[in-house]
Design a binder for this molecule. Structure first.
Ligand code: NDP
Length: 158
């Protein structure tokens, strides 16, 4: 299972239910990586989206049934995902903080966009134990506001 996230140097990923930056190139990267895959997210992340992301199956994690205007989404709980983890091998956990924290131990690959800033937020990516991961790709980029790196980590076979 893959995890994809964009975080600041101090691991901030969100503030007031939103991402604290707008990086077009990162959104494009996210789109490329997740296209035609299943994307799995917490209910709060789903509510932060402007709508369904085209050409991707959405699985929303919630402990309570909720009304959605989109009948095509699947609502389940994390325990069900963990039970069938093999079925989601090529799919993506896309957030947010609570779900990253719970699913990091199950991930095999991390796609991290690391934004070279420290900022205030209320949601964090969990601490990564880098001893467990090999950095397999690294590409630097920037826009007029931020410098950032696209990093790919693969779990070591320990
Ligand atoms: P999440 O998106 O992680 O959603 C949390 C919800 O997930 C819970 O309230 C609960 O929903 C559900 N949930 C948690 N555990 C379980 C379980 N075991 N089984 C079923 N459902 C479960 O919330 P966060 O607040 O942590 O993250 C949202 C923030 O993260 C926003 O600011 C968003 O913009 C940001 N974000 C940033 C990203 C980035 O890459 N920078 C990517 C994605 C999000 P319920 O209450 O309905 O039961």
């Amino acid at each position: 299972m893959n995890i994809i996230a964009c975080m600041a140097k101090n691991r901030v990923i969100g503030k007031n239910g939103k991402m604290p930056w707008h990086i077009k190139e990162d959104l494009k990267y996210f789109k490329e990586k997740t296209m035609y895959k299943t994307i799995i997210m917490g209910r709060k992340t789903f509510e932060s989206l402007p709508g369904l992301l085209p050409n991707r199956k959405h699985i929303i994690l919630s402990r309570k049934p909720f009304d959605s205007e989109y009948p095509q989404i699947e609502v389940t709980n994390l325990e069900e995902i963990k039970k069938n983890i093999k079925a989601y091998e090529d799919d993506f956990i896309i957030g947010g903080g609570e779900i990253y924290e719970k699913m990091l131990p199950y991930a095999k690959k991390l796609y991290i966009t690391l934004v070279n800033i420290e900022l205030e937020g209320d949601t964090y990516f969990p601490k990564i134990n880098y001893d467990e991961w090999n950095l397999t790709k690294e590409r630097e980029s920037n826009n007029e506001q931020y410098n950032y790196k696209f990093l790919v980590y693969e779990r070591k076979n320990l």
